[in-house]
Design a protein around this ligand. Structure first.
Ligand code: ATP
Ligand code: MG
Length: 736
């Protein structure tokens, strides 16, 4: 049923309404977290379509993550019966990729060009340095990779760089060599997607005019995180006439380390002739206490554009703070609370567990796994980054482009088929001698080597199928005919999970729907070409690495880094690992403005919560294989006490106790040592962290204990029954 335009606009406040129905002119919405920026942007698209001011073809909408783009598509199709797949709605990378697919000829790319993800790119860089005989000590592969990406994000090719010293000169030469290597192999890295698109738009008048005429409305979410090149790309696409509608929040700029420039906001006002940003000041997401905490934390930052946020929902519950003994107990606490909330009727997907860095997920995952709670991870080892998936996709990539050297190296001997390192080196030598791809070199050696011949035959077979069979059939061939499935079936160890993953990959191929080009004046582009589906699938896999999760649609707890949580919201949020050195991270403190960026990250984290927020930390945790002791994050101290509720005893006592522990036993080096509890942590027969049962209060956990002249005093968290202090002298008989 189509909603009337009044229905679309119902419920918006007056500032939101003004923003949604802004005339076709540039506008910047500058507003804090949860004030409805994304909602305004989505509603504006729907309103433009519904009132006939724009068609699906004339809108370009950019969001920051694939998850956000998908959510926007969902919201839109809920509002209007539009073909969102035909719309140019996506991430910067996704849209540039689509653009290059359509215009690969103008871009000087083979039709079958492939995308290098971060890992593939590093492999290429390493290979290049080896070819050039440059030792890792002279140029570390990662530093070259970082250098190349940073230059591309600034829009600079090697030819436009000037060296200040010999080392830099070498880096620039490597950058140039890297670019020509990629060009020869028909591969494109992430940063190249953007830069190449930008360059074509700039140099090709016909294309530029076409797109500038086509897109009347350009809308961008999370504008504060755009970098120089993205800004320039938007500006070029928008041209003189498009109404550019940007929304953002300077306090949520968390990608400066990747070149994002908040200055783009003030630049936008200036260059697009916008006199005043539109401000939204009512927060609809979070209850008062959570908003108070967020506002208080961010107020500690000096460089801000300044905004106000208030809420009309009540103050809500206090923010729960827990300092656990160690990370295992922290995780256990989270799991227990999650279970309790779920019993109370909250869906798992309405709860988010956030952490500063990916590595922190493992302990949490373990606890969740043991408790049998379904969860999904955004980030971390993603589905498409898993070994077996990359192997299978490499076969697919070779099927469409056998000259893809990376893909060939990945699977020439996986599963093992007797092509050893020696043989591979011979192939590489032959290739660099004749200046051809590894595939061609291998083909020329096939007559003398039956193992190579068998491999060539296998790939040619796949190649022949690409023109004839459907994507799932080709995928099945890549998984089964290659011997990959059999390989994992006969291997020891983790094979079952890998087999499941490969089967899931086949599911993904079956369910896959390529995006429509939404572009009718491109005659060469045939969506019915079976190759099209394969290419789209491969690109989607690279772009969305990880955002495809097994068991879609299933209710699952959401785990992710704070970065990945940008723009999302949950009824309950667990913000874990709030310790100095972890959050704020120790690296950030060494950098200029590093602490302010961490604080913005904290602001993003807090404002993800709608109703309930937990702040948790551990006194000890295993980091890089060693036990570390940590103080609570300074960010927790920046929150007014009146909105906090300590679930453990007051933090000062805890800190004191931690220091004592540290003095008595400074060399905890492994978890096993932690486990054999020293005598001093025995409190009249009870231990910290121990689960107990009280005849009146039910089940609880001992969160604090101290010795007394007689017996001990225990502080026990009985969950819904609250936190009780009990003296063992009186309570021992009631506790089991
Ligand atoms: P962030 O800065 O975190 O990206 P945002 O400004 O984009 O936040 P939204 O995600 O658009 O905020 O909105 C936050 C929540 O408030 C959403 O659940 C949204 O549906 C709701 N919301 C926004 N405006 C209104 C409104 N006028 N009435 C009721 N709910 C609203
Ligand atoms: Mg948003």
């Amino acid at each position: 049923e189509i909603l009337s335009s009044a229905g679309l606009l119902a419920g918006l406040n007056s500032e939101q309404l003004a923003a949604v129905t802004w005339p076709a002119q540039p506008a910047l919405v500058l507003a804090g977290a949860g004030s409805g920026k994304t909602r305004v942007l989505t509603t504006r698209i729907a309103w433009l379509l519904q009132t006939g001011q724009a068609s699906v073809h004339s809108i370009l909408a950019v969001t920051f993550t694939n998850k956000a783009a998908k959510e926007m598509q969902l919201r839109l199709s809920a509002l209007l019966p539009v073909s969102v797949r035909a719309m140019w709605l996506g991430t910067f990378h996704g849209l540039c990729h689509r653009f290059l697919r359509l215009h690969h000829q103008e871009a000087g790319l083979p039709k079958t060009f492939q995308i290098l993800d971060i890992g593939d790119q590093l492999a290429v860089v390493k290979r290049l340095l080896k070819q050039l005989n440059i030792a890792d000590e002279v140029i570390a592969p990662r530093s070259l990779q970082g250098f190349i990406n940073a230059q591309k994000e600034n829009g600079l090719r090697a030819s436009r760089l000037t060296a200040r010293d010999p080392h830099e000169r070498l880096m620039i030469e490597c950058y140039a060599a890297y670019d020509s290597l990629c060009q020869n192999e028909g591969v494109v890295d992430f940063a190249e997607l953007m830069l190449r698109s930008y360059e074509i738009l700039q140099s090709n008048d016909v294309l530029r005019c076409h797109y500038q005429n086509r897109f009347n409305h350009v809308l961008i979410d999370e504008f504060q995180d755009t970098n120089k090149l993205q800004y320039a790309w938007l500006k070029l696409l928008a041209g003189e006439h498009a109404a550019v509608f940007a929304v953002g929040d300077d306090d949520q700029s968390i990608y400066r380390f990747r070149g994002a420039e908040v200055a783009n906001m003030t630049r936008f006002l200036h260059e697009f002739g916008v006199s005043e940003p539109i401000r939204l000041e009512q927060n609809y997401r979070s209850v008062g206490n959570i908003l108070t905490a967020a506002n208080a934390v961010i107020a500690h930052n000096a460089s801000r554009l300044g905004k106000n946020l208030h809420t009309e929902s009540g103050s809500g519950e206090k923010i729960r703070v827990l300092q656990a003994i160690n990370d295992i107990e922290e995780a256990q606490f989270v799991v227990d609370e999650v279970k309790a909330l779920h019993r109370e009727g909250l869906d798992y997907m309405q709860m988010g567990i956030l952490y500063r860095s990916n590595a922190q997920s493992r302990v949490l995952e373990q606890a969740l796994f043991r408790a049998g709670i379904p969860y999904k991870i955004y980030g971390g080892l993603r589905f498409y980054e898993r070994q077996e998936i990359k192997h299978a996709l490499a076969y697919l990539r070779l099927a469409v482009n056998p000259d893809d050297d990376n893909a060939l190296l990945r699977v020439i001997n996986v599963p093992t088929r007797g092509i050893g390192t020696r043989t591979i080196e011979n192939i590489q030598a032959a290739a660099s001698q004749t200046g051809t791809s590894l595939w061609q070199a291998a083909s020329s050696l096939a007559a003398k080597n039956s193992k190579i011949a068998a491999f060539i035959h296998l790939i040619e077979n796949l190649q022949a199928q690409t023109a004839q069979v459907s994507l799932p059939e080709l995928m099945a061939a890549a998984i089964y005919d290659s011997g990959l499935m059999e390989y994992y079936r006969t291997q020891k160890g983790e094979q079952q999970e890998r087999i499941n993953n490969l089967e899931e990959l086949l599911n993904a191929a079956v369910a896959f729907k390529p995006q429509e080009s939404g572009f009718d004046s491109e005659p060469e582009y045939d969506e019915n070409d079976p190759l099209f589906a394969v290419l789209s699938f491969l690109s989607t896999a690279s772009l969305e690495a990880g955002e495809h999760q097994a068991g879609q649609g299933e209710d699952a707890l959401q785990l992710m880094t704070v970065h990945a949580a940008k723009g999302l919201e949950f009824d309950a949020v667990f913000l874990t690992g709030l310790e100095e050195g972890l959050f704020p991270s120790e690296y950030s403190m060494a950098e200029k403005d590093g602490l302010e960026e961490e604080r913005r990250l904290m602001y993003v984290a807090i404002t993800r919560a709608r109703k309930r927020l937990y702040l948790t930390m551990a006194q000890q945790r295993l980091l890089h294989g060693q036990t570390h002791f940590a103080l609570p994050s300074r960010f927790v101290d920046e929150i007014p006490e009146c909105v906090l509720q300590y679930l453990s005893a007051h933090k000062n006592t805890l800190v004191a106790r931690q220091q004592i522990t540290q003095r008595t036993n400074p060399f905890h080096s492994s978890r096993s040592k932690l486990a054999d509890t020293p005598a001093s942590t025995d409190f009249d027969g009870f231990q910290l962290g121990q689960n107990v049962h009280h005849e009146r209060f039910g089940t609880g956990v001992i969160i604090e204990a101290s010795h007394k002249a007689e017996g001990a005093r225990l502080t026990i968290n009985f969950g819904k029954q609250g936190i009780k202090e009990l003296d063992t002298v009186f309570a021992k008989s009631k506790l089991t």
